[in-house]
Design a protein around this ligand. Sequence first.
Ligand code: PMP
Length: 283
Amino acid sequence: RIAYVNGRYRELRNASVNVQDRGYQFADGVYEVCEVRGGRLVDYPRHMARLQRSLRELRISEPMPLPALAIVMHEVVWRNRVTYGLVYLQVTRGVARRDHAFPPHPVKPSVVVTARALNYEKNQQTAANGIKVVTVPENRWPRVDIKSVSLLPNVLAKQEAREKGAYEAWYVGSDGFVTEGASSNAWIVTTDGRVVTRSVDHGILAGITRAVLMEVMDALQIRLEERPFTPAEAYEAAEAFVTSASQIVMPVVAIDGRTVGNGQPGGIARRLREEFHRFSAFS
Ligand code: PMP
């Protein structure tokens, strides 16, 4: 497997960054994950727009012109022969003597790009079975709208989920409402067929899959309600699902050990999963 690291394509096992990289020392960086289908990047322009926003919010300069970055990402996908899988891009503030404040002189941001194949059949099987979710208290910083590599709370939440036999953790704020998953956006479907997800104004990452899925729902005339929901409402919902670039639409069949709907993936979630790629852009 091949990784791109600061201008070079290297064997992944030998690919490394400087120990003084601020990504390593402070988690001072951002990332993006794109799905790869048919060897092409799914909704790449939207991911790049979000990357630019994350960089701007953290005042990290753009490491290279976006067209060059596109070439690098396609090259990594191609060199790894990924037809179905993921491409990962990370940009950090760069290498500098350890000091919390920004380096006094401009440094070049560090760029890492990796890609890996996913098992399509296995993912389809997971989607056919549905996944389990547990709720955990929201303990992240308020700027989760920035796709930062500071993911320690997400790591711990995901681990807690795994230890409880679940696949994803849903954060619940002190107001009692679900914000989002540790690595996904959270959705439910009411018993009268309305799809509910939190709006992007507060407390969540503006998921690319979420945004595209809203266009899918619009085209299919599926009713959408952008509002927060509680775990109690989710337990009683007809369906639940999560979205992310790696899962697309993943049905949820249990929340905190309570069965959602009839314990099978819901019809709306299944339909949205099937239709999704008709509405996504391929680069
Ligand atoms: N929220 C969080 C916290 C995430 O990590 C992710 C996945 N990157 C998402 C939502 C979903 O975003 P996207 O659809 O762009 O992958």
